[in-house]
Every structure is written in C-alpha cells, then in structure tokens.
Design a protein around this ligand. Structure first.
Ligand code: HXC
Length: 257
C-alpha cells in the first residue's frame, strides 16, 4: 500500500484507513482509490473488524480527484479507463464506514465522504464540489448524493459556483453528523465506531443495506447519467483549459467550446 495506511483493531473491532498523499492534499489518484477498494474488501471479510473509519490528515481529507492525472485525457480515455468501477466496489462495502474529516473535502474528496455512511467533521473542515471551476462536473456521485443530502437549491449553488461549505454550514445542511474541535474529530469518530461495534454486526449490516436502499434505486440511474456527462466535459476545450490552468497555477479562460 503506497498511498494509504491501514490499522486494524486500533480499538476492538474498529479499523482505520488513513489516506496518505499529504503533499498533494490527498488528491485521489486511481491507485489510491484501488488501494482503498482492496483494503475495504479485506476488512469486509475480517471478523475482527465491525466498523471502518476513513480519514485524511488535519489539512485535508482529500482535495479531489488527481487533476494532473486527468488533465489531458479525452472523453473516450475516461470512458475506457472506467475509474468508477473501483468506486462502485467501494459502495458495495457491507460494514459501516465513518468518514473523519478535517480540512479540505473537495470534488472527489467530498464525493468520497458522501460515499461513506456517517461523517464526523473537525471545525476546520471545508466541503465543496469545485469541478465547475476547472471546466468539468462531479463524476463520482456528487450531483446525486449532495442533492439528496442538502436539497436541490443548495446543491445547485455549490455545484454551479464551486463555493465551499464550512463545517458548521455542512452540519446545518445535514451533510455531516457532528462537528467537533480539530483535536477531537478522530476521537469522536472512534467513539461512534465503538458504540456501533458493540452491537450485532448482522443487524448493523442489514440496517445499513436497508437505509441505502431508500435511495439506491434512483441512485443507479443518476450515477449513470452523471458519469456520461462527466466524460462528455472531457470532449470540451473548457475542460482542457480549466485543468491546464490549475496545473499552471493561473486563472482559466473559458470560451464555451
Ligand atoms: C492534483 C492537487 C489537487 C488535485 C491540490 N493539489 N489539489 N493535485 N489534484 N485535486 C496539489 C497542488 O497542485 C499542490 O501541488 C499541492 O497539492 C498543494 O496545493 P495548493 O493548491 O498549493 O494548496 P492551497 O493553495 O492551500 O489550495 C488548496 C486548494 C487547492 C484550495 C484545495 O489545492 C485546490 O483548489 N485544489 C483543487 C480542488 C479541486 O478542483 N478539486 C476537484 C478536482 S476534480 P504542487 O506540486 O503544485 O505544489 C474532481 C473530479 C471528481 O475531483 C470526479 C472523479 C472522481
């Protein structure tokens, strides 16, 4: 594992996955997501684990998908790479996953948080879907899960402007379960995990599956449309300009082409 650290049984029946690309603010390249997928599949089979916590570091949970890895890809490259099959497998994890978030949770980072089941945030956490600023749109469920979580008007505002939500706002809009001081977010995630880990793993798993089913039938259709539209942005000059501008650290000049 190059980009994540996995600690089993830090507490009884609780495993911790730490995203570990600190210099890049934990930008989610494909290998990192594959490592997370592999770790979750192992932990799902491990009887000594009942609850999984995923975290980043104090500065960032994750600042999005790795823009440098995507910048020059065509729409067909993106379709054929099919990175979201990894995300689909992550979504199939049976045990509950708690995201413990401090700092940036942006783009794919925010989508990753929303793929988890519960969220404990440090008061420094910032959530957003800023893809629009680099000429693309969310591709890993943001248009679907954010809308479901915080409602249409606010989701529109965030996704169409790229604005961020503070931790306090994220709590107000029900994106996160609890906000705590930054020294406490991991501790608080463990408290929640330990409480769940004492209960019947069978009942917990069935409850998770049932809650997710409340929107998953619509989710599948929504994810398919979002994915195609995300790929379609890679056929535009604006996506090339937007991502190139990020890499070159300048403001993009969008032409609508
Ligand atoms: C690649 C990234 C990155 C990213 C940050 N870095 N975010 N590299 N992909 N998403 C790198 C920077 O290039 C820089 O490396 C280092 O991390 C530190 O970032 P800075 O920008 O210098 O830090 P700061 O000025 O503090 O600004 C923090 C920030 C900014 C506001 C979070 O980094 C930012 O805007 N990042 C991009 C956020 C974003 O657009 N996310 C959505 C991505 S698209 P160097 O080597 O240059 O110093 C997406 C699609 C999802 O997620 C669908 C598919 C899953």
């Amino acid at each position: 594992m190059e980009f994540i650290k996995v600690t089993e049984q830090k507490e009884p029946f609780v495993a911790l996955i730490e995203l570990n690309r600190p210099k890049e603010l934990n930008a989610l390249n494909r290998q990192l997501m594959e490592e997370v997928r592999d770790a979750l599949q192992q932990l799902d089979k491990n009887d000594l684990v009942r609850v999984i916590i995923i975290t980043g570091n104090e500065q960032a949970f994750a600042a999005g998908a790795d823009i440098k890895q995507m910048a020059d890809k065509t729409a067909i490259d993106m379709l054929m790479i099919d990175q979201f099959s990894t995300w689909d497998q992550i979504r199939k994890t049976k045990k509950p996953i708690i995201a413990a978030v401090s700092g940036f949770a942006l783009g794919g980072g925010c989508e990753f948080v929303m793929t988890c089941d519960m969220v404990i945030a440090s008061e420094t956490a910032k959530f957003g879907q800023p893809e629009i600023k680099i000429g693309t749109i969310p591709g890993a469920g943001g248009t679907q899960r954010l809308t479901k979580a915080i409602g249409k008007a606010k989701a529109m505002e965030l996704i169409l402007t790229g604005r961020f939500l503070s931790a306090e706002e994220a709590f107000f809009y029900r994106l996160v379960n609890k906000v705590v001081p930054k020294e406490m977010y991991l501790y608080e995630a463990f408290q929640l995990a330990k409480e769940i880990a004492q209960l019947s793993p069978v009942a917990v798993q069935l409850a998770k599956e049932s809650i997710n089913r409340s929107f998953e039938t619509h989710l599948d259709e929504g994810l398919t449309l979002e994915r195609k539209n995300f790929y379609l942005t890679f056929a535009s000059e604006d996506q090339k300009e937007g991502m190139k501008a990020f890499v070159e650290k300048r403001k993009p000049d969008f032409k609508g082409k």
